[in-house]
Ligand binder design. Sequence first.
Ligand SMILES: Cc1ncc(COP(=O)(O)O)c(C=O)c1O
Length: 418
Amino acid sequence: MTNVALVKLPLRHRSGDRPEPANEKIAPVLTSTTTSTTGAPTTIPIAEPWIDDSDVAEVAAAVRTSWGVNAYKYTRLFEADVAERLDRRFALSTCSGSAAIHLAMLAAEIGPGDEVIVPDATWIGSAAPVVWVGATPVFADVEAANGCLSVETIRHLVTPRTKAVVVVDLMGNLPDWDALEAFCKQRGLILIEDAAQAMGAHIEGRMAGSFGHMSIFSFAGNKTITSGEGGVLLTDDPGFYRRAATLRDHGKAPDGLPMYQTEIGQRYRMSDLQGALARAQLRRLDDIVERKREVLGVYRSVLSNVPGLRMNPGYEEDRSVFWMTTAMLEEPLVTRRAELVKRLADAGVSSRPFFYPLSSLPAFAKVPGVAEWAAANRNAHDLHHRGLCLPSGPGTDLAMIRKVAEILRNLAIEMVAE
Ligand SMILES: Cc1ncc(COP(=O)(O)O)c(C=O)c1O
């Protein structure tokens, strides 16, 4: 595997370059109206993309030109760029990350009677496609250190029916991929990397998105880089690529006759407008990741040694993109989390509990064995129970992030003392 060259492009606009708000005192209620790159009149959001003039120009060019014979020009350009950047042979843009996982399941011929191991701590999009293809999800616990699966957390769940494992780079953290790849190879399991939250993370020269038989990203508005909605499926395997491409396009093979469908497929394409935005954002990836690092740095500097909370330990400098800054609450704040969320909201700060363990969701109540996993998966439950996700979008001004951190620090000190 070759090392991936990270190209640094010149900055054009950064939200941090804008004038600071005149009033440097902590305002009782924060709004991001004057400080975000999108200018949306909201309280400080959990995640806000960093959009600049180069993004807007690329989308504008697509709106004007990518029709008729030029249709899908931008999605193809984006596919070539993202495959090169992540050192994969094939990239297939999709309308969402969930659609990309669905295509991966279909391409690997996963279906009724098969079991697929997925982490209990993740967004539902990682696991719903398992059910869509008629297979059974098996919810594994995650490592407390990084929120990801490991060989130790999945080994005992493998049965003769296990066909695949979906490993999630949770919150942009990377697990021990060498060990997971070796284990799945030895057991003959399909390995799918759900890197939806990890664009830009890398480990010893390998980028998130380059692991397993197939990998996916989401480009929803809350992701490190965005296309509004969208996703991509990546693989080095020509067979998986061809199957997924055919099934993405209503059952027409990539080199098939125009308008000629050989089977019933999905309608899962990314639009050119999304492709243009995804491509422009990908060009700025290094700067956006650097901004995420700065956001975490601000939280760390303000929140270290604050009673009642500590920063998520999973964010290792060279293995994470710090997708969403998460405070792990300790007593008494754990018990009073709802009140803390309310008090943050009253101060104009969005926050939210960490993902519910999938095994606890009514959506999966009928999955055989789910009650057993719900009881066993301690780390997934602990993450949900104690995790508080904080505003950490790259589009939010750093001065505003500092104020958010200070508000949280003051509230924590106050509530611990009460
Ligand atoms: C880990 C993970 N997997 C899958 C998805 C699904 O992506 P999308 O929302 O684009 O369908 C998400 C989206 O939040 C995610 O965070």
